[in-house]
Write a protein of this length. Structure first.
Length: 214
């Protein structure tokens, strides 16, 4: 995966991104975000898909914003973009072809990832409660002995991004994934594969973006 282009808010939508993967951070409770989302409509299929899901309103807003971002990257109108789901329930871009998407949110925070290759994103408040001990492997606990709560939240966020990148978030437990420091980021391994995770701390959140390891 090429270097990630990190975007924040409406102003960064004018940032040239080329073919690089994009991770776009927004606050869903801002009037600016509501205005942006107004540029995309939900189709009947979108409404049917989202109606039965928890926090349907937040998910609907997120989907509209994802359409806005992909329209910016492709030159299409937002209403031409079709987002469905994989068999395991992960969001999937059906049109235009050749794009991968990942969505994450802990209200009011939102992170949207788009890439030409598989991508996974996750976001958590930096002061969130650390995950329970059984979220980590024995090797991780040995390496993380005495680590700060912020570090534990970062490792959890990396695991979530890893699972989303592989499309298995609905059927894998946190303890089945192992995180390791790798360069400026983290590497995450599970029996399904390995990913490289890039981490940013911004606006009181930890943001993680995962891509397949080379």
């Amino acid at each position: 995966m090429s270097e990630i282009v990190w975007l924040s808010g409406a102003d960064d939508l004018t940032t040239p991104t080329g073919d690089a993967p994009v991770a776009w951070y927004l606050r869903l409770d801002s009037s600016e975000t509501g205005t942006l989302a107004g540029g995309a409509a939900l189709s009947a299929a979108d409404r049917q898909d989202l109606a039965a899901r928890p926090e349907a309103g937040m998910r609907a807003l997120r989907r509209r914003l994802a359409k806005v971002l992909l329209a910016r990257l492709t030159g299409l109108h937002p209403d031409e973009i079709i987002i469905g789901r994989t068999e395991l329930g992960a969001p999937q871009i059906l049109h235009p072809p050749g794009w991968h998407i990942s969505l994450a949110g802990r209200f009011p925070h939102c992170l949207i990832g788009l890439s030409r290759s598989p991508i996974g994103v996750d976001i958590e408040p930096i002061d969130a409660e650390p995950p329970p001990e059984d979220s980590f492997t024995r090797s991780e606990w040995l390496a993380l002995h005495g680590a700060s709560p912020h570090t534990l939240v970062t490792r959890w966020t990396a695991k979530e991004a890893h699972a989303k990148c592989l499309g298995i978030a609905s059927r894998i437990d946190a303890a089945e994934m192992e995180t390791m420091v790798s360069g400026d980021g983290l590497r995450v391994a599970s029996k399904e594969g390995e990913t490289q995770v890039y981490v940013r701390r911004q606006a009181g959140t930890v943001q993680a973006v995962s891509s397949l390891s080379n």
